[in-house]
Design a protein around this ligand. Structure first.
Ligand code: ATP
Length: 270
């Protein structure tokens, strides 16, 4: 508790609202804390809560416009993690429910850049996400995409338990030898780009997990999503280089995406 410094919040000041999602370890609720709309993730199990608490200290050191911001934690019947509320939910549902008629390619590129900037920041802090996927990207009220579930990854059973790895998003060397790095995050980012430009489709459609493992190891890669700009597809392909050191870092990816944005929507770059 000492390590939490000023991050302990007062339960008396929290009003819990509707259930807005289900996490692996407990439900997520909407709420209001001292006048601000928040999301509250509840972790019931005491052992898990302990581990989460340690990882939360990582989150306290991270502040970036493209990372979901931690407001603090509440210790009460387990652990409550309080973050900024992302009213438009996760990116997969956002894209699936709106589709091509509502979301244009400039917006898709904007989301791609948002996530890339968040990851560039994580890379600069030498942190590896390990579970980057569109389901872990949340959309704010003003349509900004932010990476969530970062820093919690070490306590995530998915990492120590190979059986639970998100196979379709995980780089081959991470699947086989548990070699996680920024470059394995870059692989996942390539899959995330594919999810974005396919408007939230499940990657490797119709393929089983075992099939994905085997085929990807042999060099198989997904085709470009329908109507995906070739330049964006070639970014996916470099993210999926078998050899981790041949993949670009997030900084390089960001420069490339900035150039794409400038082509598509001159003058709107960040
Ligand atoms: P995973 O199994 O991918 O690690 P998880 O168990 O960590 O998931 P979350 O992804 O954190 O659970 O939360 C589940 C759902 O709750 C999200 O998909 C999202 O719809 C909703 N949610 C989580 N955090 C927020 C937030 N800050 N604002 C709005 N909705 C949120």
């Amino acid at each position: 508790v000492l390590i939490l410094g000023g991050w302990l919040l007062d339960i008396e000041k929290l009003t819990l609202g509707e259930n807005i999602g289900e996490g692996e370890f407990g439900a997520v609720y909407e709420g209001v804390y001292m006048g601000q709309r928040v999301a509250v993730k509840t972790i019931k199990c005491d052992v898990t809560a302990q581990a989460f608490l340690q990882e939360t200290t990582v989150m306290t050191k991270l502040q970036h416009k493209n990372l979901v911001r931690l407001l603090g934690v509440i210790l009460h019947k387990g652990l409550h993690i309080v973050t900024e509320l992302m009213t438009k939910g996760n990116l997969v549902n956002f894209l699936r429910t709106r589709g091509r008629s509502v979301v244009n390619s400039v917006q898709l590129l904007r989301f791609s850049l948002d996530v890339c900037e968040g990851m560039d920041y994580l890379e600069s802090k030498k942190l590896v996400h390990r579970d980057l996927a569109a389901r872990n990207v949340l959309i704010s009220d003003d349509n900004v995409a932010k990476v969530s579930d970062f820093g919690l990854t070490k306590v995530d059973s998915k990492v120590s338990d190979k059986a639970k790895l998100p196979v379709k998003w995980t780089a081959p060397e991470a699947l086989k030898k548990e070699k996680f790095s920024t470059k394995s995050d870059v692989w996942s980012y390539g899959i995330l780009l594919w999810e974005i430009f396919s408007y939230g489709r499940q990657p490797y459609p119709k393929m089983s997990l075992q099939e994905v493992k085997d085929k990807v190891e042999q060099g198989y890669r997904m085709e470009a999503p329908e109507d995906c700009p070739p330049s964006v597809y070639s970014l996916m392909r470099v993210c999926w280089e078998q050899e981790p050191r041949k993949r670009p870092g997030f900084h390089k990816l960001r420069e490339k995406l900035d150039r794409e944005m400038e082509k598509l929507s001159p003058g709107s770059g960040s």
